[in-house]
Write a protein that binds this ligand. Sequence first.
Ligand code: GTP
Ligand code: MG
Length: 299
Amino acid sequence: MNLIETPSNFRCGYVAIIGLPNAGKSTLLNALLNIKLSIISSKPQTTRRRILGILNKEKYQVVFIDTPGILKPRYKLQTRMMEQVLTALEDADLLTLILDVTEPRHPIEIDLQAMNPKKKPVILLLNKIDLINRQNVLPLIDTYKEFYSFEEIIPISALGRDGVDKVEEEIVKRLPLHPPFYPPDVLSDQPERFFVAEIIREKIFERFYQEVPYSTEVVVEEFKERPSKKDYIYAVIYVERPSQKGIIIGKKGEALKKIGETARREIEEFLGKEVFLELRVKVNENWRFDERKLKRLGY
Ligand SMILES: Nc1nc2c(ncn2[C@@H]2O[C@H](COP(=O)(O)OP(=O)(O)OP(=O)(O)O)[C@@H](O)[C@H]2O)c(=O)[nH]1
Ligand SMILES: [Mg+2]
């Protein structure tokens, strides 16, 4: 029999990463895990679903939950996104609120008392300190001390991995004594095909402007492992209008080809093997606003 013993001082818990759109939540998740798991872009509302990222160490397991940025929903997809945030808040043992120090609106716009009725401990992370003068950091910490009784306030640069080890340390200290929830080789609860779709969506977020990235959803329809051949992946890019389909495909299919190339390279890196990626663009009219269509897309 193969019995795995967990030491009695093992710590394990759920940690939600919350904040306004574009604060650097996904960048932080990736920095903590030392792997590119969550997609990133310079545009707000990149993340649409809660994404688990599991950090496994000898004496602890941290289940991080990356979440969509907090906003006032203006359409159904955004309502679904905010439900994802609320679920994460409910699941979490500990919250990390991340704010962009170059954005003075933070975190006043977030009503922490209302969002955290059970008064779970909150660690405040002042992110993007690489973009401001060092001497402005301490006064900022003082300002936010008044705002809420944070467990800890840590200035970081998620992008530069500055302060990220300290974040891990402060989190682990506060985790419950509990055996691991997941086997040590598991990185997330989402299947590979979800991350493949996300990588393609990231390339669209990077490349296009205005409504196009927001009108786009990607679904991996087929993922076939083939003996003695590369894996075959067939993904559909859904847009809301025919004009957007034209934009994504581009002149003579150039734009779509570029998306396919950059996405494939990153998918191969993520999966650790070569793949054949086929992309198709389809119109799914106003899917963001339509309850039934959202449901079919898994929202
Ligand atoms: N200079 C700097 N940029 C950062 C840092 N952290 C994140 N960024 C940038 O900020 C932008 C947003 O980062 P994301 O990680 O996608 O932010 P997010 O909070 O997950 O955004 P949503 O998913 O849209 O809510 C990207 O362009 C990142 O490269 C940082 O520490 N310093
Ligand atoms: Mg994100």
